[in-house]
Every structure is written in C-alpha cells, then in structure tokens.
Design a binder for this molecule. Structure first.
Ligand code: ATP
Ligand code: MG
Length: 248
C-alpha cells in the first residue's frame, strides 16, 4: 500500500483474506474487516465460521493464501507473530494463554521480552487495569482460575503497549458475574486507547458493548454494522442471535 493511500485512522485493515490450515482447504474465503483508531470491534458467528482462524491468520499463525493484513498503513501479511508484536499487534488466544509454571510477574515479563527496559512502566499500566495481578504477582499462573488466567493473558499482551489487541473469546468458560467483569475490563482497555478486535461466543453481550461488529459465516464477513444495528437486524437475529435477542 502506498503512503498516500493510508487512512491515518485505520489501525488494522484486513482485505479479502483467504487462509487455511491444509493446502487446498480454505477456511477464510475472502474475509474483510477493519478496526479504526479507538474502536472496539466485535466478531460473532456460528461455531466453525472461522473466527479464531481469522485472528490467527492476522497474527501470522495460519498460512495466508491471498489478501492482505495492513497495520497502521504497513502491509504485514504473513509476518511472524513476534514481528507483529513489535509492530503493535497483541493477541490473546482462547486456550493455553499463560505459562502455568511461571508466576504472574514472570508471565508479564515474557510479554516484554523484546523490550525489557519498559517493564516497570508497562507493569504499572497493567496493574491499573488488573490490580489483583499486582497484588498476587508472585503466585504461579497454573494455580489461578480461568478468569484470572485470562487477566494474566490480557495483561501480558498489554505489556507491549499494542495499538490493537486481538481477543479470542475473553468471556469463555466464566460464570455470568465473571463474564461481566471480563467485558468491563475489555471496555476499560479500549477506553485507555487500545483498539480491540474481540471474538465472542456471547453474541448479544458483545453487540451491546462494541462500536461495530462483523458476523462471520463460512469464512466471510456476512454482515456488518454498529452493535445496535446488528442487534435489531431481523436476519442477524434469526440466523445468529435467536429470537430472545429481540427483547434483550
Ligand atoms: N489446527 C487446525 N487444523 C485444521 N483445521 C482446523 C484447525 N483449526 C480449526 N480448523 C477448522 O477450521 C474451521 C474454522 O475453525 P475456527 O476455530 O476458526 O472456528 P470458530 O469460528 O472460531 O469456531 P468456534 O466458535 O467453535 O470457536 C473448522 O472447520 C475447524 O475444524
Ligand atoms: Mg473459535
């Protein structure tokens, strides 16, 4: 992409992404999404639609066959994950997202292994969002609950001061109260200036808090709009939210 064409408010722009795990079998079939400065973007859609694959492809973990991933005007398609981290992309996978044998503090240190001198400053920021992590910094991550591990994983991704955070189902496996808490934290991180792209199983809740969302279906962005628009869209309700959504 030429410098002239770069829209300064675009943080991540994914265009016509085609990607998959096995040669000849594409999971993403021309998927396009964008996150602009300060936006909280939701990604919803049925199981197997390719939501996790989209985040992994954006983070260099799944082979991209065609299409582009442009981050702040630079084409970073297919770059390895560690390079993407230093270009401002943070990723929190759904599972296995902490080092269980390391303490909370050591997990956070791993987040800045590329820039260890920034540890103190970034630790203070993360402790502001997740005070309980600072209090329990010496505890092994393997002994934490699912929700607490999720906080460690988000904290670790925030250590590199990302421009955009990719979150794969931050509320999965949590009790309703803990889910609300997870959404609040995501909101807080977003308000602190980090653009967020959040995949969520809890579609209604996701649409309530995001600025804009995309419905993924069979590896494509099938619908997009503001959270409010999608929540009211009869097709989206019928196909993806269920009838209860109308009254939510
Ligand atoms: N490592 C893998 N190797 C081969 N195929 C895979 C792999 N991971 C996922 N797939 C396939 O890719 C498709 C999309 O999976 P993906 O995990 O992206 O869906 P998803 O939308 O995140 O679903 P869910 O809501 O269940 O998390 C599925 O058919 C899945 O079987
Ligand atoms: Mg998934």
């Amino acid at each position: 992409m030429s410098a002239e064409a770069f829209d300064g408010d675009s943080v991540v722009k994914v265009t016509d992404l085609v990607a998959g795990y096995i040669p000849g079998v594409n999971i993403l079939n021309g998927c396009s999404i964008e996150a602009r400065r300060g936006e909280l973007i939701g990604i919803i859609g049925p199981n197997g639609a390719g939501k996790s694959t989209l985040l992994k492809a954006m983070f260099g973990l799944v082979k991209v066959h065609s299409g582009t991933v442009v981050v702040r005007g630079q084409d970073l398609t297919g770059l390895k994950a560690n390079k993407l981290v230093s270009r401002g992309v943070g990723f929190v996978p759904q599972n296995n997202n902490v080092f269980p044998s390391l303490t909370i503090e050591e997990n956070l240190q791993m987040g800045v292994y590329q820039a260890p001198r920034t540890f103190r400053e970034r630790f203070d920021f993360v402790a502001g969002v997740f005070p309980e992590l600072a209090k329990r910094r010496a505890q092994r991550a393997g002994s934490l609950s699912g929700g607490e591990r999720q906080m460690v994983a988000m904290g670790r991704a925030l250590m590199m001061d990302p421009a955009v955070l990719l979150l794969d189902e931050p509320s999965a496996g949590l009790s309703p109260v803990k889910q609300d808490e997870a959404f609040l934290r995501v909101h807080e991180i977003n308000r602190a200036g980090v653009s967020v792209i959040m995949v969520e199983q809890n579609a209604r809740r996701c649409l309530q808090i995001c600025d804009r969302a995309y419905v993924l279906d069979q590896g494509r962005d099938a619908y997009t709009g503001t959270g409010r628009e999608l929540m009211k869209d009869p097709k989206v309700i019928q196909l993806y939210l269920g009838t209860l959504a109308e009254t939510a």
